[in-house]
Design a protein around this ligand. Sequence first.
Ligand SMILES: Nc1nc2c(ncn2[C@@H]2O[C@H](COP(=O)(O)O[C@H]3[C@@H](O)[C@H](n4cnc5c(=O)[nH]c(N)nc54)O[C@@H]3COP(=O)(O)O)[C@@H](O)[C@H]2O)c(=O)[nH]1
Length: 606
Amino acid sequence: MKNGLNKQGSKPRWAKRFADKRQNKAEFSNNKNHSDPALANRIFSAFKDGILVTDAKLQIIDVNESFSRVTGYSREEALGQKPQLLSSGRHGPDYYERMWQQLEQNGVWQGTIWNRRKNGEVYPEWLSIEALTDRRGDVTHYTAVFSDLSKHKDIHNQIHLMAYYDSLTGLPNRQLFSDRLDLSLSLARREKQKVALFFMDLDRFKDINDSLGHTTGDQLLNAVANRLTNSLRQSDTIARLGGDEFTVILSGIQDNEKALNVANKILDCFQQPFRVGRRDIHISTSIGISLYPEHSTDSEHLVRHADTAMYQAKEAGKNRFMLYTPQMGSQHKMRVTLENELRKALTENSLKLAYQPQIDLTSNKIITIEALARWNHPEIGAIPPNHFIPIAEKCGLINDLGSWVLHSACSQLAKWRQQIGIDLRIAVNVSGIQLLEGRLDSDVRLALNANKLPPSSLELEITESVLMLENHEALNVLSNIKQMGVLISIDDFGTGYSSLSYIKRFDIDKLKIDRSFICDVSSSDCDRQLVRTIINMGHDLSLKVTAEGIEDKLQLDFLQESGCDLAQGYYISPPVSSGELTQLLQEAQRRLQAQTTDETDCLDPI
Ligand SMILES: Nc1nc2c(ncn2[C@@H]2O[C@H](COP(=O)(O)O[C@H]3[C@@H](O)[C@H](n4cnc5c(=O)[nH]c(N)nc54)O[C@@H]3COP(=O)(O)O)[C@@H](O)[C@H]2O)c(=O)[nH]1
């Protein structure tokens, strides 16, 4: 097999491809449209990775110089032998069976394998095997290209491991992932095959880390890595990019169906809980998929697209996969733009607060005012808080935004208390992240002191999900806030978790029934019964109950009859500016004064 020719005297395809590449780069002169065997042979010899070529019966018919350097076998010793010559005995029959299955199905196999050098030393190598076929599709040769992973180990063992493998899970890290993706893409380019890239992010991992601690979080990541490794093929690259982000490269696939099947398989493997210490932890994952060559031919864009699709999978409700579409790209751009614009709006102080009153259903007086953040973008227009609060949470702006809301709301309340002379209270929404990151208590103290407000004039609205976290930091912050005398209200009550044990653990003052229960009280017996039950339960626990989303008189009457304490909704007043609310407060004051003189008057919507 001198000069790169095989047993039959024809050039193996790998050699022809090297030559063709050179040809493409126009290094062949005078339009001579044929390969240069001498040049191909030189490249073959000089190639820094080891190369081994066998015939269809797996007899070695050629090796290059790097092969001899890595394995210790000379070319003469290797020729005529089978690749088992290098077998380390570390892999069981299953391993090779899967390798052959993949080779038969896809014509390629890639993976890390332990082999044995002539001197008996076992070493790891990254191996890529390809089956070459003739026009009829019959295999004529196998080529194996490998790089010695222990080479670096010999020189800088630790440096290598740190450079290419994730120290927590032992999976390839970002660097090795990116090398393998490039390799998979160049193989796919040559073989006209597809590559699927999965970008995975565990759902609510942060909550687990925060509530159960980082050691448990790390053990969970390890358990996830093991399960993924056992569920996927050896030839698929599973990498951990950092945090709870994993990637999977599926090489040499023929159709998209295969990628979708694997994505379903990954979701299935999260069905069973993960055993961590003595706990069973349930966690799911969101997966974004991009495909070579449909979505991009370069690795950087494929990663970006898979990340974008993963983000959409999260937005759509988590625990699912999504295949990238170009429309997602524009949504992603929009999100990045909004993040930047929100940062700008915060520094330029261009966000506003709207205020919505809550009335006491016994006295009909406005006693609390909820502050709601508003963002009116100069070009896009009004962006609802449902849209920008999650963005602020994701891009790390929520603490600044929450702090701005708290200070502005307290400052406005101080003005009203002075102007109107009544003991109003302000309710401010708090995101879970503000509690978890631990400076909300000092911020609350600052805002109250700066505006000379009694703590009981402030109410924090927190959603149930936040109270389900068993996080010590958050618990401390909340109990400090409670000790100051600030009120805590559970927002959107009834929509979160079925467990009510958190009510015992936290010193809560109020339940705010979610508006989804209120909207049908006029037409649904069931909703009426549910609302009454929540009100009674709240009262049995000595909690005040607020109903939100009151849009008509029937709903208001029903709540009044059912003994609900407070009400908020468009029927009473939509959220309005501070100026409009000042007028409402003054009118309400006048009306209530008139009401005391004429007891037959009832409160009209403000
Ligand atoms: N962490 C923070 N969250 C905030 C802040 N400001 C707002 N939010 C949360 O965003 C969600 C949407 O709020 P918004 O669009 O302001 O809607 C509020 C009301 O306009 C709406 N509402 C009030 N009455 C009615 C009604 O009769 N019908 C109807 N369909 N909607 C009504 O309800 C929203 C108030 O909700 P809640 O806080 O649950 O009482 C919302 O979840 C806000 O909490 C912020 O500064 N920080």
